[in-house]
Write a protein that binds this ligand. Structure first.
Ligand code: 13P
Length: 260
């Protein structure tokens, strides 16, 4: 069976104690699933990161940060540097989540600086991309995704491709007011993304996993994973209860196995 990727971004939910308990429960519930077939990662808030990193069995669940500054140190009040994240021995860093881009107005150029810094410091880097509802309406989703990838990975050598993951999260699909992308639409966009990664990185671009995120739930997860270009699911709300996330992971794996 192909390795499937499952991750959750905890956003600004769960304090340190809740995060650690959630991670321990999720590790316990999923520990019988071979990690040859499952890549599981959780991205907690900054204040929970240290506890999460120290108290989680990292062979079962990888831990990542939600954001990172591109500079090692300096006059950047409120930012967290790669060196500070390195102290916590994290597995990955997420860059360019939709809420960073649209609530906090981060640009593609800034995401590129962060991607470069994260890769230089040895982090696995998860770049999130996605078009807005308006961009979709104007029929420019492909162009927007390509721009986010081309600028986001500007000056990144193919040698780093093995440390790169991409999440496709259309802005209109995320959160309580989001409408999930149909599995066919997600597949279409994942194809565009994979083609662009090949253009950017050559053969090693083919190895970059592309995850779908945005209102993933037990009703759409099974069909999404059967799509050829969907390598995994990046889940918000439907993953924040360990039992429910475990059930979703198992169901999705079953659907995937059944179609193989
Ligand atoms: P939801 O699954 O809650 O829509 O959130 C998706 C997301 O933003 C993951 O990063």
């Amino acid at each position: 069976m192909k390795k499937l990727y499952f991750g959750s971004n905890l956003k600004m939910y769960k304090n340190r104690k809740e995060t650690v308990l959630y991670l321990q429960e999720l590790a316990e519930l999923t520990k019988d699933i071979s990690r040859e077939e499952l890549h599981l990662f959780i991205i907690p808030s900054y204040t929970s990161l240290e506890g999460a990193a120290e108290e989680t069995d990292r062979s079962l669940i990888q831990i990542g940060a939600q954001n990172m500054c591109w500079e090692d140190q300096g006059q950047f009040t409120g930012e967290i540097s790669p060196l500070m994240l390195k102290e916590m021995n994290l597995d990955l860093v997420m860059i360019g989540h939709s809420e960073r881009r649209h609530v906090f107005r981060e640009t593609d150029v800034e995401e590129n600086k962060k991607v470069q810094a994260a890769l230089k410091h040895g982090f696995r880097t998860l770049l999130c991309i996605g078009e807005t509802a308006e961009e979709k309406e104007y029929g420019i989703s492909r162009e927007v995704l390509r721009k986010q990838l081309i600028v986001g990975f500007h000056n990144v050598s193919p040698a780093y491709a093995k440390n790169i993951w991409v999440a496709y999260e259309p802005v209109w699909s995320i959160g309580v007011n989001g409408t999930p992308a149909s599995p066919d639409y997600a597949e279409e966009m994942h194809k565009v993304i994979k083609e662009c990664l090949y253009e950017l990185f050559g053969e090693s671009g083919n190895e970059i996993p592309v995850l779908y995120g945005g209102s993933v739930n037990p009703g759409n997860a099974n069909e999404l994973i059967t799509k050829e270009s969907v390598d995994g699911l990046f889940v918000g709300r439907a993953a924040w209860n360990a039992k429910k996330f475990n059930a979703l992971i198992r169901d999705v794996r079953k659907s995937y196995n059944n179609q193989e």
